[in-house]
Design a protein around this ligand. Sequence first.
Ligand code: SAH
Length: 263
Amino acid sequence: MTPSLLPDYPTRGPAQPGTVYLVGAGPGDPELLTVRALRIIAQADVLVYDHLVSQAILDLVNPAAERMYAGKQRGNHSVPQDDLNLLLVKLARENKRIVRLKGGDPYTFGRGGEEVETLKENGVPFEVVPGITAAAGVAAFAGIPLTHRNHAQACVFVTGHLKDGSMNLDWPGLARRRQTVIIYMGLNGLSYLCEQLVAHGLPADWPAAIVQQGTTANQRTVTGTLTTLPELAVNAGLKAPTLIIVGEVVKLKDKLTWFSETG
Ligand code: SAH
């Protein structure tokens, strides 16, 4: 397996029993796992994963590992977050090597912080293995740079799905030129989001894109403007997970595309 390609590479050592590893699985393409993630998942005794983790990545996990699905689909939280936090504590106390595998990066809209708080409170040793967050991976595969000296000097990541179902964002802060706005979990609120950005000052023809299942064979990108994108996305029948990218950088896509979408 791949780790042997790096026999002398300095590492933090093998996975330890009684420890929880919060591992970022990246946006889907297994080749976007970090070397550390690949090593740790190959050594897991127990795997606790959510629905965003692709099958191709699950195939790289120690085949002998016990697998537990933690859900996390919109409106279908199979395991409530509090129970999940405590489950990790319980498994670690059984002296197992626990891998909590999350889509993207565990500390970017991944509730990694909440899980680690509980581990800390209970004195359970843990390590966080960062992953490529959807913004970075999906933008690269969609041919859209997040920043560009001529177009955007800032990039903001926001979630379009809040705990109580509302989307109470800092609209004046988001509706700025020379900035890219990345919206996670925004598909259901896409029309509202586009409306608000225009209402707060962005031009109606400001570029925007939505990318479904970025970095995978099912990647599909729809580009338009704040006015046209909601309808285009509906017509294309896009399904979650999708990432929304708003900003002038979207215009670079035609020039910078390299990954061919077949899905
Ligand atoms: N921790 C994850 C984000 C979890 S929230 C990360 O760092 O990427 C889940 C949201 O991430 C999805 O609703 C979607 O908006 C986005 N997302 C994750 N993977 C994606 C992918 N392959 N393509 C498009 N969006 C993705």
